[in-house]
Ligand binder design. Structure first.
Ligand SMILES: Nc1ncnc2c1ncn2[C@@H]1O[C@H](COP(=O)(O)OP(=O)(O)O)[C@@H](O)[C@H]1O
Ligand SMILES: Nc1ccn([C@@H]2O[C@H](COP(=O)(O)O)[C@@H](O)[C@H]2O)c(=O)n1
Length: 211
């Protein structure tokens, strides 16, 4: 009998390659029933705060996320019920007014900087991955991405990295490596690691009578 959907947790520091690893896994199972949930989309709604106040939020602290809503949504998906996924806009530091209707699927990839930090989320996962990339590469990648895609200046990326991202990474993200089943160095270009992970996921899906 088919069991509940499988949940794959993908974490790692900002710019480590979580999205690239997620995309590689997603591409592999594209013909199957699979969806991606981004923890970033579950940053707390700050629409009641003025823009200047939103700039002061620590977006790398566990309390920045609405994990209660995220867990509520995962529990619905586990019961094969649809959700209305929030949409996050990094340029205005809050959710947009739109939501995305997401139908339940057999495989859920849950990706984000702090998905292994919350025990409730960890307990829901069938496999936990940590993408491990050196800090110098992460800051370079983040710099390019934040300027091109997230409307930031070089100085704001540097200030945020030094004052918030780096210390929060060391305090909250890096320590979650101990919970990972698999540590993937260098992220999405690590084809050997991706192949091994995909094979393991296939086994989990067969055990659950999903594949
Ligand atoms: N192995 C790699 N080599 C070069 N650039 C990469 C590599 N992996 C990711 N990137 C780039 O770095 C940026 C951050 O990668 P991403 O997968 O979004 O990381 P994360 O989701 O962990 O923040 C993206 O612009 C991506 O294209
Ligand atoms: N309004 C926001 C919200 C988040 N961030 C940063 O995003 C990072 C997490 O996203 P990744 O894709 O890089 O994993 C996190 O480190 C936050 O600092 C932001 O800058 N502004």
């Amino acid at each position: 009998m088919k069991q509940r959907p499988a949940i794959i947790g993908v974490t790692g520091g900002s710019g480590s390659g979580k999205t690239s690893v997620t995309n590689a896994i997603y591409e592999h199972f594209k013909g199957h029933s699979i969806l991606v949930l981004e923890q970033d989309y579950y940053y707390k709604d700050q629409s009641d705060l003025p823009f200047e106040e939103r700039l002061k939020t620590n977006y790398d602290h566990p309390l920045a996320f609405d994990n209660d809503l995220l867990i509520e949504h995962i529990e619905k998906l586990l019961k094969y019920e649809a959700i209305e996924k929030p949409v996050y806009d990094y340029t205005i530091h809050t959710r947009s007014e739109n939501t995305i209707h997401v139908e339940p699927k057999d495989v859920i990839i849950l990706e984000g900087i702090l998905v292994l930090e919350d025990e409730r989320l960890r307990d829901l996962m069938d496999i936990k991955l940590y993408v491990d990339t050196d800090a110098d590469l992460r800051i370079i990648r983040r710099m390019v991405r934040d300027i091109e895609d997230r409307g930031r200046t070089i100085q704001s990326v540097i200030d945020q990295y030094v004052n918030v991202v780096r210390p929060m990474h060391n305090q909250f993200i890096e320590p979650t490596k101990r919970y990972a089943d698999v540590i993937i160095p260098e992220g999405g270009q690590n084809h050997v690691a991706i192949d091994l992970v995909v094979t393991k996921i296939q086994t989990i899906l067969e055990q659950k009578s999903i594949l």
